[in-house]
Structure formats: C-alpha cells, structure tokens
Design a protein around this ligand. Structure first.
Ligand code: ATP
Length: 473
C-alpha cells in the first residue's frame, strides 16, 4: 500500500516527458493503440524489453545466483480456483472505488482520502464512507480531476480478473471461473512441498520467481506505475518462527542494498512501516522511491513477515499436510514465511525516472538517460562517420560484429553524427564508437562517453580491454 498520494501534486511535465520519450524511442507503448488502446495495459518495445530484462537479471542474480539458500520457480498463471479462496483473495481482495458523476473518472477512495490527510489503508468501507460524509458536510470533498462535488459513495470493487479457461461453457458462473493470478507468490506456496521433496531444501530457504500478475485496478493516470497486467518478482523465505526477527532484518538490508548497487542513491529511497497489519502478519515495511514524475515517494517493494498463514490455509483447503519435519528434533510444524515482493514494471519506471536528465549544452537541451551501465539496454553503439562511404561502413560493421559477441550493441548510420548521439543519449547508451577516415590510416576510433560527452581516440585492438574495464567498474 502506498504512503504517498500520487493524485495530489503530480509533476505532470516530467511524467509526460518520460511517457513521450518511452514511445518515441521504443521503450513503452500503450497497448492496442490502433484500436484506441486498453486502459492501464502497456507493451514494451525493443529498448523497454532489454531494460526490463536487465533489471530482472540483476534481481535474479542477487536472489538465485549469489545465494545457495534460494531456488527458482516458474509457476503457471492459471491455478486451481480454490487457491484464491484459501488465500482470502476471492473474499477480500478489493479496493474501495469512488466515481465522479461529472467527469466519469474513477478513483480509489483510500487514495482520495489521503488528499485530505486521512490514512485509510486497510480501513473498512464503513470507515471510508464516514470520512467521505464528514468531508462532504464540510464542503471539502471534490473530484481531484475536475473539481466537481458530485461524487458517489465508496463501494467495494474486486481486483480479481476472471477467465473461463477449461470450462465447457462460455458463461461466467462461480463454478467455472478460473482466476488470473493477482500475485505470483500463490504459485510458490503451492510448489513448496514439491520443492522440499525434490530438492531436499532445509529451513531456512527461499523460492523466487518472476512472472505476470493481473489486477483489475481502479487506476488514476500513473503510466506503468499501476497497471492491470504487470510482472512481479517475489521471493518467499521459509523459516522457523524463531528465525523471523533476524532473517527479516537481514532481508531488509539485502533489498535496500540492491537499490544502491543498481545506482539508486540513498536519498531517493526510504522505508515506510505499516501500522495496520493483516491479521496474520507480524511486520510489514515498504521501500518507497521518490518519483519526480509522480510528485514524491511511493511504494516500489514490500517486505512482509507473513507468519504461517499461507501454508496453513493451503493445507486446510487442499487437505494436504504442508508441515515440515525438523531434521534434528523430529518436530513437525508449518514453516513461517517472510516475503520480498517487487513490481518489475514499477522498477522500470523507477529507473526511467532516476535516469531521466535534461542538461543545457550550448543553446540546446540535451536529454540523456543516465542508466547504470549494466542496466542500459544498449551498451555500445557503432557508427561509420558517413553512411555512403563503403570503406567506413565495412570497418564499422567489422567492429560491430566483434563487439556484439560480448555486449548488446547497435550499428547506426542514420542521419548525421550529432543526431545519432542524441538518439543514443535518449536510449541511455553509455558509449558510442565512430569509425572515420583517420581510422583507416591509424587504426584508431573515437569513443564518446554518454555522461561526460568526452571523446577519446582508442586503437581498435585496445577496444576489448577498454570496454572490459569500463563495464566491470
Ligand atoms: P498498492 O497499495 O500500490 O495497490 P500493494 O501494497 O497491494 O500495492 P503488493 O500486493 O504488496 O502491493 O504488491 C507488491 C509489489 O507489486 C508492489 O510493491 C508493486 O511494486 C507491485 N505491484 C502491485 N500492484 C501493481 C500494479 N497494479 N501494477 C504494477 N505493479 C504493481
């Protein structure tokens, strides 16, 4: 749940600039645009896909490659419908919705109340409506979009997305509904037993997965911050209850450090401690990032101590014993769980927001995406100075074929060099290599640095070592 209200003081200009750059340069497109679009669903273009994959890989490396206590999983999006009854989602995964009768915009009532300094995270519908009545009486309640006072009462809106997969009929009835998972961790709980049985993992251990999740969100315009189809990266750590305090602190530190290791500065993130907890939870913290495009701090990741609620519920509803037998004492118990849960698309927005930079260069504004080098979609762009000089094109293509073996590269011969630099700056390419006439004489190329714009001459035979150095730094 968020600690900041995006609807209050959004800096639309920065958000609009990022949205426009994303479309112009092939990071993110509105889905189904030729049909008028589909609200809160987006497609990822070439650079968006590469950037997203790099963020995902950094998470997977940190979670799986670097740890011998965590294993991977790729569970299905469709799961037995009972899963979501057991988890409480069918009965209670709702948000309070409020509509403006004048402009027809729809809002989350808890977000709207935050505009008035009222914390309504996990409040009941009755509490929310009582607050709305008070604001109405004080003549304060207004639509954040058009200013109208003609707003509905709050009502409950289920976030679960339904399908009829495998059903003999195309009608939706309670008996034939299969849900698209609203979070990926459900699959982890259901594969806990198979994981223990097949991989012989001992407590404490974790299962991590990256995958799609679906929520019928009531959205205000927030680009890819909150979408109806999104990817989550979740890790569930199974442990003895006595280990919870220590491991919870350990994971808070690990996750905090992941942001720093990926270039986010400490002043841009902070902790938010949940005061109101789910009945089974013992601790819940979020990491908030200070989005310049959304007007302030908002949630990117949740770190939650969930007790043994999940496995207990699935044991009860499935009738399968999900308890763990202690290898030394022989004690049987249901493991407790702490989770780290982060949205991949939301992280992508965080990195776009962090990287987006405007700099005055002579009389112009240079837009440059200062992604950390290891996350940049393209690492090196290679240009022939002129596209109509075959000897330059040949040499540049040779270089490209060599460098592409180790780096995601791009060959670019469109427009003049200035235009190519501008395009590469906007997609965040750390280095551009230009082959010119002198290259043919002295075997040297010009390497231009994205951040400093400095240009150095390097021998083509030294390029491999040069980039090895730069990308390992
Ligand atoms: P919120 O209060 O913002 O609705 P939440 O607290 O319900 O979010 P969780 O269920 O804890 O979120 O989800 C974990 C993470 O998954 C969030 O921190 C966020 O990064 C991501 N996430 C959740 N919902 C969405 C969404 N609709 N679009 C994109 N990312 C999402």
């Amino acid at each position: 749940m968020t600690a900041n209200n995006n609807m209050v003081k959004k800096d639309d200009t920065t958000l609009e600039k990022i949205v426009s750059l994303c479309k112009r340069r092939g990071f993110v497109y509105p889905s189904s645009e030729i049909y008028g679009g589909l609200a809160a669903i987006y497609d990822y273009g070439h650079y968006g896909t590469l950037l997203k994959n790099n963020i995902r890989d950094s998470w997977l490396k940190n979670m799986i490659q670097m740890r011998d206590d965590i294993v991977g999983l790729d569970s299905a999006i469709f799961m037995h419908p009972k899963t979501w009854v057991a988890s409480g989602h069918v009965g209670g995964f709702n948000d309070p919705q409020i509509d403006c009768k004048a402009c027809k915009n729809r809002f989350r009532a808890d977000h709207l109340l935050k505009n008035y300094g009222i914390e309504a995270d996990k409040a009941t519908l009755e509490e929310i409506n009582n607050n709305l009545i008070k604001l109405r009486e004080q003549k304060k309640l207004k639509c954040p979009n058009c200013g109208s006072t003609n707003l509905t009462d709050a009502k409950i809106f289920s976030l679960m997305v339904k399908s009829n997969i495998g059903s003999p009929t195309d009608e939706f009835t309670e008996e034939n509904v299969v849900y698209l998972r609203p979070e990926t961790c459900g699959g982890i709980y259901l594969e806990y037993k198979n994981t223990v049985d097949s991989l012989h993992k001992k407590l404490p251990f974790g299962i991590a997965q990256v995958g799609k999740a679906f929520r019928n969100e009531i959205v205000a315009r927030q680009f890819i911050f909150r979408t109806r189809e999104f990817e989550q990266m979740e890790m569930q750590y199974f442990l003895r209850p006595s280990m919870m305090k220590e491991k919870y602190e350990m994971w808070k530190e690990i996750r905090w450090n992941w942001y720093l290791a990926n270039g986010i500065t400490a002043d841009k993130i902070k902790w938010y401690k949940h005061e109101k907890l789910a009945h089974y939870a013992t601790d819940a913290y979020d990491i908030l990032y200070d989005f310049k495009s959304l007007g302030g701090f908002d949630e990117v990741e949740g770190i939650h101590a969930r007790g043994n609620w999940d496995l207990t519920q699935h044991s009860k509803f499935s009738g399968v014993d999900l308890s763990y037998t202690d290898e030394i004492t022989g004690d049987k118990f249901i493991p407790h769980i702490m989770e780290t849960s982060v949205g991949l698309n939301r992280l992508l927005l965080m990195f776009l927001d962090f990287a987006y930079t405007e700099e005055a260069v002579k009389d112009e504004i240079r837009i440059v995406m200062k992604f950390p080098k290891h996350l940049a979609p393209i690492k090196i762009a290679i240009f022939p100075l002129l596209r109509n000089k075959p000897e330059l094109v040949k040499k540049a293509k040779e270089l490209y074929s060599e460098l592409v073996k180790n780096y995601m590269c791009e060959f670019d011969d469109n427009g003049n060099i200035g235009k190519r630099y501008r395009r590469q700056d906007e997609i965040g390419t750390p280095y551009c290599v230009t082959v010119d006439f002198e290259t043919l004489e002295d075997g040297q190329v010009t390497v231009r640095d994205r951040d400093t714009m400095e240009q150095v001459r390097i021998k083509t035979s030294d390029l491999e070592n040069f980039f090895k150095d730069k990308f390992s730094a």
